[in-house]
Design a protein around this ligand. Structure first.
Ligand SMILES: *Cc1c(COP(=O)(O)O)cnc(C)c1O
Length: 435
């Protein structure tokens, strides 16, 4: 796979460079120069394949030239080793549960695949690589789980001390071995700023070889296209599926667009957001107006300037701004959902379907309920992005206490350790130099 920067079509790199550097120096985002279309025979035979087999075939279509077939097969089957079941709520509405991985959020797909791919690309390098990641909660846990005990790679996670939940903190601090957690006396933006400064710090660069695992890494996007095929398979290959995607940085939705460009007959997408609604606003107004993020109950989607938005624009680029807008509008609708409606939807889902959903999936389910289905054969699939047990406080507020699954319970019982630092860059730098 060759990739270009969304800021400069002539800046072309190979997959290894894109994965290890995460973003181009011109601050654009990497996208494939070509998205090969899968043979229609593959789609016709999809129900013969397991999820990990079909994931391998989609991966092969995308990056089959970048690594030997047997290694790619092993890599995909190690990374995609948990299911994505489709739960039918009605004849036309279902939830694709993407939270059966180690940290019980869909970010496990991207993080595990990226860990595998990075360790493949780094296996012949004699330097250890240090991955720096700033997290507001969920990403760090999935990245830690993905890279845990991977040889040659150390992970340093910075998180805002007072802003993460008790469970999230345990998912960051209880690993040990090659995973170091740093608790910062500040907010997410402070953590992010420190990571950015470290990447440019000459003295640190003499000691460390840094890489980034943030959500714009193309290695996180690619595997997120696999489960759109899995949903299509489980729905008996209907060609009238609309996917409703609870969105923050729009990585999940961008991966759906990749699946569509690979030939999966997806009818359209719904961008479901909380009150951080720049993309729904763009779809209505034709203007993109990023803003600082507001805090909501679906906090993993509190993003005021979605990092994947330039990718979406590029994937539907027209001859001018208004044609790009029209192209996007032809496949994408947007709905913004308030916290009150999120709570109401968690309750309604329990009452109407006897199905318990987390606040992010609830944003998706409410948005889906606003769509009029023209045909009785039309299917709506809401992506279930996290297990409700991850958001015990909000769930409690909506429907009372819920039982934690044993996988999450196990985290709570472990003892965590974190380095603690102030929010100034100097403290972070000194800590890194002393490691
Ligand atoms: C990250 C996250 C989202 C948003 O996904 P994007 O790809 O950033 O749009 C939604 N729900 C949950 C639970 C998440 O962790």
């Amino acid at each position: 796979m060759r990739l270009y920067s969304t800021n400069n079509k002539d800046n072309i790199v190979d997959l290894k460079e894109a994965v290890l550097s995460a973003f181009p120096k011109d601050r654009g985002l990497y996208l494939p120069t070509e998205i090969p279309v899968l043979p229609s025979a593959f789609l016709d035979q999809l129900n013969q394949y397991s999820f990990s087999e079909l994931s391998f075939m989609v991966a092969q279509n995308l990056i089959g030239d970048d690594l030997p077939e047997d290694l790619l097969y092993q890599l995909v089957t190690r990374a995609i080793n948990f299911p994505a079941p489709l739960i039918k709520l009605t004849n036309q509405l279902s939830v694709l549960e993407l939270f059966h991985g180690p940290t019980m959020a869909f970010k496990d797909f991207g993080a595990r695949f990226m860990a595998e791919l990075m360790s493949y690309f780094l296996k012949d390098e004699d330097r250890e690589t240090t991955i720096l990641v700033a997290t507001s909660g969920d990403t760090g846990g999935a990245v830690a789980a993905g890279f845990y005990d991977v040889p040659g790679i150390n992970v340093i996670i910075l998180y805002p001390g007072s802003k993460v939940s008790a469970l999230q903190e345990k998912q960051l601090t209880t690993w040990g071995k090659n995973i170091t957690a740093i608790k910062v006396a500040g907010v997410f933006d402070d953590c992010q700023a420190m990571v950015k400064s470290a990447f440019l710090d000459k003295q640190l660069l003499e000691k460390f070889s840094f890489s980034s695992a943030n959500s714009i890494n193309i290695a996180r996007l690619l595997p997120q296209s696999f489960y759109y095929f899995e949903a299509y398979k489980q729905l008996g290959c209907s060609d009238d599926i609309t996917f409703c995607v609870p969105s923050g940085n729009f990585g999940n939705l961008s991966a759906g667009i990749l699946a569509k460009k690979m030939g999966l007959p997806i009818k359209g997408f719904i961008a479901a957001t909380n009150e951080n609604k720049v993309v729904p606003e763009y779809l209505t107004l034709g203007k993109y107006l990023p803003h600082p993020s507001h805090q909501t109950l679906s906090n993993a989607m509190d993003v005021g300037n979605p990092s994947n938005f330039p990718r979406m624009l590029d994937l539907y680029r027209g001859i001018d701004e208004s044609s790009t807008w029209n192209n996007l509008k032809s496949v994408l609708r947007g709905y913004a959902v308030t916290d009150q409606l999120t709570i109401d939807t968690i309750k309604a889902s329990r009452d109407n379907y006897n199905y318990i959903i987390d606040p992010h999936t609830a944003v998706g389910l409410y948005a889906a309920s606003q769509v009029e289905q023209q045909k009785t054969t039309a299917q709506l699939v809401v992506l279930g992005t996290a297990h409700p047990g991850k958001f015990a406080q909000v769930m409690n507020q909506a429907i009372g206490p819920i039982k934690l699954p044993s996988r999450l319970e196990a985290f709570l019982e472990k003892e965590g350790t974190a380095e603690e630092i102030d929010k100034d860059y100097k403290s972070f730098r000194e800590l890194l130099l002393s490691m």
